[in-house]
Design a binder for this molecule. Structure first.
Ligand SMILES: [Zn+2]
Length: 895
């Protein structure tokens, strides 16, 4: 699965779990023999939403060789009908058998041909032991179930304009049981086949390709052959009147699907090109040809993640990849990376699968690293190194939050998985694997991976299978590595310390520190880059020194040829290591003198931007100084990639400055940021990518009345403008900015824009454009929808609006509604589904950048036993960020 962008992902677990918050203690091992035939290691399952690790481990000892056949009828719109036929071997007798099935309705159940009376409640179907025999058994369940609209299960979406329905499934981590009764755990892999009845003009897509389509009087029936042995979370079923494009990679038929309504915005040539190039890379890297018969990719609406690696039928978010008719090179690179990420999972995850959800990080970190390697091998798609650098920075950020955690964590039930779909599992994990690859040697690392895949194909693995394969093929000591990197959270900082004599470098030490709460020091291999100032004033790389550092201080072996005294030392050149950097005094002074323009290498400039951003978060640099550095150095930043990466910190800086109690220094910094955005935008060539990137900065920093009017004129211009002004999402962002400051006429602009953009993304952007206005009446429907568990507002709409409902100085408006939201947290925790909380909690927790708002959050945290885990996590993160905002305020000069 992939989450793109950092749309703060909160952890979660369902509400029902609050009753069973004690993690793995919910199912009880029965040592005594209450159940007359139950054996000593039996586990009795309790009524609760999620499957416990304990029960799953027991069921793994009970059941084997599963084959599912699903006969599904999709012709009704209120609910669907299914007949699940489940064949399996019972390998341990004497215990009840349970099938996971959430909130459906059972018509009939038969076990080995005998009808059973159902005692089904809500979470799973329990079948008494007496009905089963050792060896082969067959259970048939005839059931109905409503579709879901929150993207977790079999989701149904209706296009508001055409009325067409589109269905897709999303089953990770534990949602297949919202589709059919199944053994929903990753180590009970099964062969699966489908028969699907659907309206006549629909396509039906699943793991395998149909062998027959039967014409019925009112519908068509699709027959699909049996799949390879797969875990339930990567089964899938998608259906609807999708548009389709076809191509092939030698021996692998390729298809791409998207809703008809957005078909004209899709560039199938690009999708297929990336898909073919990725296949070529992975077939070679894994040394194991793609093992499934076909590869379909679908772009689906209201999807909660970036994409999902269903075997042979990958789903992608329409919001992120389907509705931009004019993607920038950065957008296209992001899409290519995601295509490659999902494909990497076909082997690592789908052929070889984690035994349990604690292995999720390895699955995701590995796919993330592999996607980057695939992009590195195909530089025509963009700069993979630059993307990795920015991505890794998200890992550093997450690792400094109060919610950081070891990469490898125990998971007591799948509801906790949402909490692990974070930047520790993706960004940090990938960076840590990348440095392992440098430590092992890239080719040796690849050989170890190929060996691991071949050895464990179609089965399940533990971490030790992975580390064992690396140790066996590379000779590395993986036990110390595992403790340092996987079992201990936190990020270290390194700094170079050096002395020169007579213009020559005579000693160089690498100093390592750790944050007090995570004092672990680590070992890894990095490269030092030594730079010298040229006559032109720019910096030139004069030497690189690889070093494996450990402990608090590591002397660096200077080459036999003593180097000249450096003016600037970069301790993680080419970004081999996962470690934060502190620049030594000399290097910092050099940087302040040369500015960003001193480096001709855009990777170095990107690294500098990130070091400064981190210094602001670490309270080592006043926010106003940082903004003034951006203002002074933006003109010298010639890389559009870097400008694009800079948008997020610049937007944060703008919003924090605006949220603070105003001072002369903060007002001046805000005005300077707006001015540089406009002056750079105005001087960039009209159709250039630079102008487009700068227009984004204009849309998030414009706040003075004169420039708001100028922005309004740009958007309203007739005839329509060119270049940057035609990019649809940027136009919406501009209109949102006008609404945010209540610029006269913004409503008319929204109405006009909705005529121009009839897409779902456009409709959602218009919701935010209305909601972001600085009035109570604009906010009220969204606060009401949050507090009303029966609200008809969809999760996708809620996410679109809450993403930015109270920006910048509007945080002050939360003084009124904030207490209501905090008071409702226990009820919200109880009434909302896990997916809702995991996607939304961090957005609706109120922050105000005032000591009063920090105190309110602190008080709320005191009641944490009343909240779902996702809400607790969101509260802790928002509290930390709000307190940091207050601390940043204290650093801003008062006058
Ligand atoms: Zn993934």
């Amino acid at each position: 699965m992939l989450n793109l962008r950092i749309r703060s992902i909160a952890s979660t677990a369902a509400i029902a779990l609050a009753l069973c918050a004690g993690l793995s203690g919910c199912d009880k091992e029965t040592a005594s023999d209450d159940n007359h035939t139950a054996s000593s290691d039996s586990v009795i399952r309790e009524q609760q939403r999620y499957l416990s690790e304990n029960y799953a481990a027991f069921r793994k000892r009970q059941i084997d060789n599963i084959v599912y056949h699903f006969a599904i009828d999709l012709t009704e719109r209120e609910q669907f009908h299914g007949i699940a036929t489940i064949d399996f071997d019972l390998i341990k007798q004497g215990d009840d058998v349970s099938l996971d099935f959430y909130a459906g309705e059972i018509n009939t159940i038969t076990v080995n041909g005998t009808p059973l009376a159902s005692t089904y409640e809500k979470w799973f179907i329990n079948l008494p032991a007496a009905n089963f025999k050792l060896g082969r058994n067959t259970v048939v369940v005839d059931y109905r179930r409503p579709y879901v609209t929150d993207g977790a299960g079999l989701n149904q979406y209706q296009d508001p304009e055409s009325g067409n329905y589109y269905l897709y499934t999303q089953f990770e981590p534990y949602e297949a049981n919202k589709f059919a009764p199944v053994f929903d755990q990753p180590n009970l892999k099964a062969e699966t086949s489908f028969t699907v009845t659907a309206p006549k003009d629909w396509s039906v897509i699943t793991t395998t390709r149909e062998t027959k389509i039967e014409n019925l009087p009112e519908a068509r029936r699709w027959h699909f052959p049996t799949s390879a042995k797969l875990p339930t979370y990567v089964f899938s079923l998608h259906a609807g009147p999708y548009a389709v494009w076809e191509d092939d990679y030698p021996l692998v038929p390729l298809r791409l699907f998207a809703r008809r309504e957005i078909a004209n915005q899709i560039d199938p040539t690009y999708w297929f090109q990336v898909t073919r190039d990725s296949f070529a890379f992975f077939n070679a890297y894994y040394d194991f040809p793609y093992p499934f018969q076909k590869y379909d990719q679908l772009i689906v609406p209201n999807f909660n993640f970036g994409a999902m690696e269903n075997v042979g039928a990958v789903t992608f978010s329409e919001e992120r990849f389907g509705s931009d008719a004019d993607p920038s090179p950065q957008d296209k690179f992001r899409l290519a990376s995601v295509i490659a990420h999902e494909m990497a999972h076909m082997w690592f995850g789908n052929v070889v699968t984690m035994n349990w959800w604690n292995g999720l990080w390895l699955n995701e970190s590995f796919a993330t690293l592999m996607a980057n390697k695939a992009m590195e091998a195909n530089p025509q798609y963009g700069d993979a190194a630059l993307a990795f650098l920015s991505f890794k920075n998200r890992g550093y950020y997450a690792d400094q939050l109060v919610t950081t955690h070891p990469i490898d964590m125990a998971v007591s039930h799948p509801g906790e998985v949402f909490g692990l779909i974070d930047e520790i599992s993706y960004a940090k994990g990938a960076a840590v694997l990348k440095q392992l690859s440098h430590l092992a040697g890239n080719e040796k690392f690849r050989e170890a991976i190929a060996y691991y895949i071949a050895k464990n194909q179609y089965s399940n693995t533990q971490l030790t299978d992975f580390t064992g394969a690396i140790a066996e093929k590379t000779g590395l000591d993986m036990s110390t590595w595992t403790v340092q990197w996987l079992y201990t959270p936190g990020v270290n900082t390194i700094e170079a310390s050096f002395e020169c004599e007579g213009g020559k470098l005579v000693s160089l030490n690498l100093l390592q520190t750790a944050p007090p709460q995570w004092p672990q020091l680590r070992t890894q291999k990095v490269q030092l880059g030594l730079f010298n100032t040229q006559a032109s004033g720019t910096l030139k790389l004069s030497q690189t020194l690889p070093v494996v550092y450990e402990g608090a201080s590591t002397p660096v072996d200077l080459a036999a040829e003593p180097a000249g005294c450096p003016d600037f030392v970069y301790p993680n050149y080419e970004e081999w290591g996962y470690v934060k950097l502190a620049l030594d005094e000399i290097s910092m002074a050099t940087l302040m003198q040369t500015g960003i323009g001193g480096f001709s290498d855009e990777h170095m400039r990107s690294a500098i931007w990130q070091i400064l951003g981190d210094m602001v978060n670490s309270l080592r640099l006043p926010l106003t100084d940082y903004v003034n550095f951006i203002v002074a150095n933006l003109p010298a930043e010639t890389s559009v990639d870097n400008l694009t990466f800079l948008m997020e910190p610049a937007t944060h800086a703008f919003n924090d400055l605006e949220a603070m109690p105003p001072s002369d220094a903060s007002r001046a910094a805000l005005a300077a940021l707006e001015t540089v955005a406009w002056s750079q935008f105005n001087t960039a060539p009209e159709d250039s990518l630079r102008r487009r990137a700068l227009f984004e900065l204009v849309t998030v920093t414009t706040h003075t009345s004169e420039r708001l009017d100028a922005l309004k004129n740009l958007i309203a211009a007739r005839p329509p403008a060119r270049g940057a002004l035609t990019v649809q999402w940027l136009r919406w962002q501009a209109i949102q900015q006008l609404s945010r400051y209540d610029v006269k006429g913004y409503q008319a602009l929204i109405d006009t824009e909705l005529e121009r953009d009839t897409s779902e993304t456009g409709r959602q952007a218009s919701l935010l454009a209305r909601a972001i206005a600085p009035t109570k009446s604009a906010k009220k429907p969204w606060v009401d929808a949050l507090l009303d568990p029966d609200s008809a507002v969809t999760l996708s709409e809620m996410r679109a609006v809450w993403e930015n409902l109270y920006p910048g100085k509007q945080r002050a408006m939360l003084a009124e509604t904030g207490p209501d939201i905090l008071a409702a947290l226990p009820a919200i925790s109880e009434q909302r589904e896990a997916i809702f909380l995991s996607k939304l909690a961090e957005k609706f927790i109120p922050v105000g950048c005032r000591s009063s708002s920090v105190n309110a959050l602190e008080n709320a945290i005191q009641n944490k036993s009343e909240y779902a885990p996702a809400v607790v996590r969101a509260l802790r993160i928002r509290h930390q960020e709000d307190a940091r905002c207050v601390a940043k305020t204290a650093l801003v000069p008062a006058a």
